[in-house]
Ligand binder design. Structure first.
Ligand code: PLP
Length: 427
């Protein structure tokens, strides 16, 4: 048996930093990342055989819990027919029809393999459709790692952003405007100045990449109205929130109608599927019908769409979201109580099966508020929970996820671990 330490050592020889996605490296909380060997229901087991209650759920997709029998059966059935054809299949039509029937603002949908691809392609489509270059994004929102989105806010209001990663030429981000989340006034100012050149606004209606910050209704309404007024497209990125905060996504909670919706994570049920869709009139601008190029060797992969389709069927069963929300609230309420008893500044929020945990005296409403969380306090709590078999997201900037497999018993076990872990903070 290999230890996590030994595997991490070994991994670092052939994989940069030992991981294939940076947040997995546990850099902000310290220690060796856990190398997961298998998972079932709400649990994962690492290479040392230690069991964890999983509140990451593969960063969102595992809304049914791990190894859901209906999903596994669908995947096994698909696998025996062949892994990939690079040709059209009926399974792609079925999942496209399913997505269009669930999401009222999607008439046509194009499948891709990652949220990054969905974001990159949606922006290209918006630029192609409008014939404009500028895009607006918000500080703290994440839409994948394509070049034009790796931007940090400029020095002043309405200055264009600078690349937030090396390897991104300034020229690539010069058309990206970065505004403050939940600030309708900045949106007004921005459109007044640049409105006729703006191709799209891209937003997470419930932001899940600066922990969890819901947009205000006014913010979403202002964005929709300005996009309509100036002929820009509104892209709502539901890669995290789609089928997660509610069946029809965050857009249904705000009653906002995006021109393009991005989907990912839950839509693949754990295999690489993402998508972007909208009105037929917009979507018909994509190749092969239109002049906006977009392609993918493994797009709509038959095994992946079978997995996604089985997941979408399960989440539409009556009472699914009521039960998921209730379990999530049971957990967040319980954590708040336990923290209070320990005298720790801590608060939570949740929508559907998504939650935010904050070491703050009051709930944050934007990126700057989240930045006030003390990473050292979080790191102590995170590691204490991990020791006690509870696997939380290893960063103050990540949301948490509860699945349909998280029973009362599992939540009780989590709260027991939390009671001990919060107590350590006030020593
Ligand atoms: C995860 C995520 C993405 C990127 O998806 P990948 O599949 O990791 O490329 C984009 N937008 C949001 C809101 C996400 O949470």
């Amino acid at each position: 048996m290999s230890t996590n330490e030994a595997l991490f050592e070994r991994a670092q020889k052939t994989i940069p930093g030992g991981v294939n996605s940076p947040v997995r490296a546990f850099k902000s909380v310290g220690g060796a990342p856990r190398f997961i060997e298998r998972a079932n229901g709400p649990f994962m087991w690492d290479a040392e055989g230690k069991r964890y209650i999983d509140y990451i759920g593969s960063w969102g997709p595992m809304i049914l819990g791990h190894n859901h029998p209906a999903v596994i059966e669908a995947v096994e059935k698909a696998v025996t027919k062949g892994l990939s054809f690079g040709a059209a299949t009926e399974g792609e039509i079925e999942i496209a029809e399913e997505v269009c029937s669930i999401m009222p603002n999607i008439e046509q949908v194009r499948f891709v393999s990652s949220g990054t691809e969905a974001g990159m392609s949606a922006i290209r489509l918006a630029r192609g459709y409008t014939g404009r270059n500028k895009i607006v994004k918000f500080e703290g929102c994440y839409h994948g790692h394509s070049d034009s989105l790796l931007v940090k806010a400029g020095s002043g209001l309405l200055t264009f952003g600078n690349p937030s990663s090396s390897g991104v030429p300034v020229g690539t981000t010069e058309h990206t405007l970065v505004l403050e989340y939940n600030n309708p006034q900045q949106l007004h100012d921005c459109f007044r100045q640049f409105g006729d050149d703006i191709a799209c606004v891209i937003v997470e209606a419930v932001a899940g990449n600066m922990n969890m910050i819901p947009a205000t209704q006014e913010f979403m309404d202002t964005m929709r109205a300005l996009c309509t007024q100036y002929g820009a497209l509104l892209i709502v990125d539901e890669v995290m929130t789609g089928f997660r905060v509610a069946l029809k996504g965050a857009q249904s909670l705000y009653n906002v109608q995006p021109d393009i919706t991005m989907l990912g994570k839950v839509i693949g049920g754990g295999l690489p599927v993402a998508a972007f869709g909208g009105r037929k009139e917009v979507m018909s601008k994509i190749a092969p019908l239109g002049s906006v190029y977009q392609a993918g060797t493994l797009s709509g992969n038959p095994v992946a769409v079978a997995c996604g389709m089985a997941t979408l069927k399960e989440i539409q069963k009556p009472g699914f979201y009521e039960a998921l929300s209730a379990q999530t609230q049971k957990l967040t309420k319980g954590l708040t109580e336990v923290a209070q008893q320990a005298g720790v500044d801590f608060c939570t929020r949740s929508i559907g099966g998504m939650m935010g945990l904050f070491f703050l005296p009051e709930l944050p409403n934007g990126f700057n508020d989240v930045m006030k969380c003390d990473p050292a306090v979080f790191g102590t709590f995170f590691n204490a929970m991990l020791d006690r078999g509870v696997y939380l997201a290893p960063s103050i900037f990540e949301a948490g996820f509860v699945s349909a497999a998280h029973t009362d018993e599992v939540i009780e076990e989590t709260l027991t671990a939390a009671r001990e872990s919060f107590a350590l903070l006030n020593r």
